[in-house]
Write a protein that binds this ligand. Structure first.
Ligand code: ASP
Length: 566
């Protein structure tokens, strides 16, 4: 039961279960025994109640409750299990720390609004299964104890008892196994599957998370996009009741990076960037001149109608910019009285006019600009853009009317690890490349575009995938470019290379982040959409893992623990 109220001689008890709340009423003069028992009840006790369902008296109807027209007149009551005082009040859970709620997650999960998330999650999973089954896909499970697959993150390892010093890895994704299923002739596969990645956690990441994993043989991008779009049409109709138009827009990686500073921009609001370097080349203003001399750029955006921001607010925006990793923020306010802001008077009138033209701005607008190395400026402005949109309320984060949903295509095949300078696969090393870029593989690997794609909704990457390399010679070439030696390639995924030689069909696929999708549908953090999530330190507070284990277990596994000196 959720609550007991003693009112005007009557006792009201709210009974709560997964399906909602029902009010029960006890009349003391009619049933003194039940009344005595009812007086003992406290929140969260488990009870069995018998009674008569009756209409509520005139004036007592509660239109906010689906059961608000009736109540149950109690005739018998049994306490099945009492409950001690709770560590936090369920109807005041937002006052409790997240740690406490995660420790008592089973209590937190009792809250109706939390349960709704999991009901939606269940229904979306059903939509997914129906969709893929309806389109002829087979759901096939792949192993959880595998050879480590190169998906870019660190593996969680499982030590072997039988082979000392040998380990299984928990799969970062079933990538290799689904490709093997294609070689085996299962032309359309899907699986709702858990994946494990030991990486630093962010607000939208968890060490174990769920993907809808998909692979199709003889598929080009159109086949994959169509399959995914038909699914998302159903999911959004189901969750939000909205219709989305397909085919979805396709934007190139280069375009979204240059225009929004992110490979997953939120396009519910504008704020596109313009490169203003040419407009400002030759300026005397030191900050800009010296940066351009060093090969830097000036990139800016226009916030419509916000020229009225005060000096103090501009200072706050500069602080925000610094938090986004930008060294500072330059501004021009196009007021009716003329130019204001930190750049006014620092650049010539012609330069200011060129900047305004480039940013398609007019009187009343606020122009913000950052200076520095192109990649850093784009990255910083990309983060700032979102914060500006929130601050100036350029979109309604709670509206479901016009989601920003589109494909990003033509990702670079390789990326350079900025710290180590090493070449890495941008997606995973089994991703194909555009044939028209093949001639660049050796000479300009950075400019080779891959066959990878992402689906982005409201600033979150919901899906990623690619058309694969199905030719073992081509695959070997990519390993060579990635500086993975033949020996290492053989050792790590020789079994895939071998399989590719046995008549592997062309194939492509995708993985949809199920947790992310639900998170996007419901709002909130990734921890809200996982029944038993981990903290940012990858701890499970509900069971206290990770924890030390029985020394005998370690012995059986031939493991000796060497704790780091702190
Ligand atoms: N295995 C990839 C991933 O987890 C998805 C794919 O390419 O299908 O991101």
């Amino acid at each position: 039961m959720a609550r007991r109220r003693d009112l005007g001689g009557l006792i009201f008890i709210d009974l709560r279960d997964r399906y909602g709340k029902t009010q029960m009423v006890v009349h003391p003069e009619e049933s003194p025994d039940v009344t005595a028992q009812a007086h003992q009840l406290h929140a969260e006790w488990v009870i069995e109640a018998d009674g008569i369902v009756q209409e509520r008296p005139q004036g007592m109807v509660n239109r906010d409750l689906p059961t608000g027209e009736i109540e149950v007149k109690l005739t018998a009551l049994t306490v099945l299990n009492p409950c001690p005082a709770l560590p936090f009040q369920l109807d005041e859970a937002d006052k409790a720390s997240e740690e406490l709620r995660l420790k008592y997650r089973y209590l937190d999960l009792r809250r109706p609004e939390v349960q709704e998330v999991f009901m939606l999650r269940h229904r979306v999973a059903q939509v997914v299964r129906e969709h893929f089954s309806g389109e002829g896909f087979l759901e096939i499970e792949t192993p959880f104890m595998v050879k480590s697959t190169p998906e870019g993150a660190r593996d969680y390892l499982v030590p072997s008892r039988i082979f000392p010093g040998h380990f299984y890895a928990l799969p970062q994704s079933p990538q290799i196994y689904k490709q093997l299923l294609m070689v085996a002739g299962f032309d359309r596969y899907f699986q709702i599957v858990r994946c494990f990645r030991d990486e630093d956690l962010r607000s939208d990441r968890q060490p174990e998370f769920t993907q809808v994993d998909v692979e199709i043989t003889f598929a080009d991008r159109e086949v994959i996009f169509g399959t995914a779009e038909r699914l998302f049409v159903k999911i959004l109709k189901h969750a939000w009741g909205i219709d989305i138009a397909t085919p979805l827009p396709r934007l190139t990686y280069q375009h979204v990076m240059d225009t929004y500073g992110s490979d997953k921009p939120d396009l519910r609001f504008g704020l596109p960037f313009s490169n203003l370097t040419d407009c400002l080349r030759g300026t005397d203003f030191r900050i800009i001149a010296s940066s351009i001399e060093e090969g830097g750029v000036v990139i800016g955006l226009c916030v419509k109608g916000q020229a009225g921001v005060s000096r103090k607010e501009l200072g706050e925006l500069e602080n925000l910019a610094r938090q986004c990793g930008l060294p500072g923020l330059l501004s021009l306010k196009l007021t009716a009285e003329g130019l204001a802001g930190s750049l006014s008077g620092k650049i010539s009138e012609a330069q200011a006019a060129a900047v305004c033209k480039e940013l398609k701005s007019e009187t009343g607008d606020l122009l913000l600009m950052a200076v520095g190395k192109k990649s850093a400026v784009l990255k910083g402005l990309g983060v700032l853009r979102r914060l500006l949109a929130e601050r100036f309320r350029l979109f309604d984060p709670n509206s479901h009317e016009n989601p920003s949903l589109f494909w990003v295509v033509d990702f670079p095949l390789f990326e350079r690890n900025e710290e180590t300078g090493e070449v890495a696969a941008s997606h995973h090393p089994f991703t194909g490349y555009l044939t028209e870029d093949e001639h660049l593989l050796e000479s300009e690997p950075w400019n080779v575009r891959s066959t990878a794609y992402d689906l982005v909704m409201n600033g979150s990457e919901l899906l990623s995938g690619s058309i694969r390399i199905h030719d073992s010679a081509q695959q070997a070439k990519i390993f060579q470019l990635l500086k993975i030696s033949d020996e290492e390639a053989q050792l790590r995924f020789g079994f895939l290379l071998e399989a590719l030689r046995y008549g592997a069909p062309p194939m492509g696929g995708m993985a949809i982040g199920l947790d992310r999708t639900i998170m996007c549908l419901t709002g909130g953090s990734i921890r809200d959409v996982i029944a038993f999530p981990k903290t940012n330190l990858a701890q499970s507070l509900v069971d206290g893992s990770p924890s030390e284990v029985d020394p005998q277990l370690l012995k059986d596994l031939h493991l000796v623990i060497q704790k780091p000196k702190s």
